[in-house]
Design a protein around this ligand. Structure first.
Ligand code: NAD
Ligand code: TYD
Length: 350
């Protein structure tokens, strides 16, 4: 079996490639990645010389290049992780999100048709369902109500995938997971950002009142869910993947857990201006994938501990990232967010 994995140099994609090569000793992987700011070959250093692994640099929007590689490599399945993935960046500028997450998906679907790919799996997100305030859980059949340019782009990609099933009978699958965390996550997302800020002696910026809810899924649990859907999922179907933490964890509580785990005080927490359009709660119904035989193995306390340990041990990985371009992004993203006036007093609090 040969897999064409796109976006494999990012956070989840790199964890998934490592997972697949270990779990299936006869599988081969072609990792097709543009290496945007989020793509990092350091994520795959331990397997770069594996004879069953090959890296090709390319853009999924570049249909010709995608075809060239599929023609040459004769892959059986496509798993599409490639995306612009950060909500805050999509608020600063949405063009690249629509390009990669919608047009890039279209380009892969066309290539999948042309080369008669046997399975096409789209990696999507619970964010396509939007805010789920009602205390309920979004099911795969619920309608999409994305809030951010990121989630709207992902929803566009999903709809294109479903259209290719209906129109061309392309053998597709979709997974929609909740927020992932774990090793190799780019330090722009809340957990790695907060851990690394604190390790550097910097404060952590909590948006608004910190009362938002996310369902935290350890990345390896997402990998096992994707693996199961890829091998056992029913063609044409969508599967939610989430940990369904109980009680649910609000951002402020998560922040306090990280601060505490690093032996620091709550004076390291800074409340900053909220994200525009900020979704309050994500919550998904995961009965469908659980019925296939999946359940998460790593609870949040354990996963957070493993993640903090990993970032403590792997400064070589994130210190390189948190310089250069990253500093420019951080400045742009957080400079205007402070709620302090010039005399240091708080001027606004959500
Ligand atoms: P990431 O930002 O860490 O990695 C994205 C990868 O895609 C990078 O390696 C980047 O170089 C590559 N890429 C971007 N544009 C490309 C293009 N045009 N052509 C080829 N490669 C391109 O993202 P992630 O957190 O690993 O997320 C992977 C997928 O999972 C995304 O589709 C995302 O929407 C989805 N997802 C992520 C989460 C999460 O919590 N991180 C949750 C649910 C779903
Ligand atoms: P994030 O990791 O960006 O994931 P997403 O927006 O895709 O869920 O953010 C998770 C939550 O943390 C979200 O409610 C926004 C909040 N957040 C902060 O409070 N401060 C930050 O600096 C970041 C990056 C996120």
């Amino acid at each position: 079996m040969k897999l064409f994995i796109t976006g494999g140099a990012g956070f989840i994609g790199s964890n998934f490639i490592r997972y697949i090569l270990k779990r299936y000793p006869d599988y081969q992987v072609v990792n097709f990645d543009k290496l945007t700011y989020a793509g990092n070959l350091d994520n795959l250093k331990d397997i770069e010389n594996n004879s069953r692994y090959k890296f090709v640099r390319g853009d999924i929007c570049d249909f010709k290049k995608v075809c060239e590689v599929l023609e040459k490599e004769k892959c059986d399945w496509i798993v599409n992780f490639a995306a612009e993935s950060h909500v805050d960046r999509s608020i600063l500028g949405a063009w690249s999100f629509a390009e990669t997450d919608v047009i890039g998906t279209l380009s892969l679907l066309e290539a999948a048709r042309k080369y008669k790919i046997k399975k096409y799996l789209q990696i999507s997100t619970d964010e396509v369902y939007g805010d789920w305030e009602k205390g309920g859980y979004a099911r795969e059949t619920d309608c999409l109500r994305p809030s951010s340019p990121y989630s709207a782009s992902k929803a566009g990609g999903d709809l294109m995938v479903l259209a290719y099933k209906r129109t061309y009978d392309l053998p597709i699958l979709i997974t929609r997971s909740s927020n992932n965390y774990g090793p190799y996550q780019y330090p722009e997302k809340i957990i790695p950002l907060f851990i690394t800020n604190l390790l550097e002696g910097k404060k952590v910026p909590v948006y608004g009142d910190g009362g938002q809810i996310r369902d935290w899924l350890y990345v390896e649990d997402n990998c096992s869910g994707i693996d199961l859907v890829l091998h056992k999922g029913k063609i044409g179907e969508i599967y939610n993947i989430g940990a369904n933490q109980k009680p649910e964890i609000i951002n402020l509580e998560l922040t306090k857990k990280i601060v505490q785990a690093l032996g620091l005080g709550e004076d390291m927490i800074e409340y900053v201006k909220d994200r525009p359009g900020h979704d309050r709660r994500y919550a998904i119904d995961t009965a469908k994938i659980r019925a296939l035989g999946w359940k998460p193995e790593v609870d949040f306390e354990k996963g957070l501990k493993l993640t903090i340990e990993w970032y403590k041990k792997n400064e070589w990985w994130w210190k390189k990232i948190k310089s250069g371009e990253y500093l420019k992004y951080y400045q742009e993203q957080y400079a205007d967010r402070s709620l302090k006036g010039n005399n240091g007093t708080e001027v606004q609090r959500h």
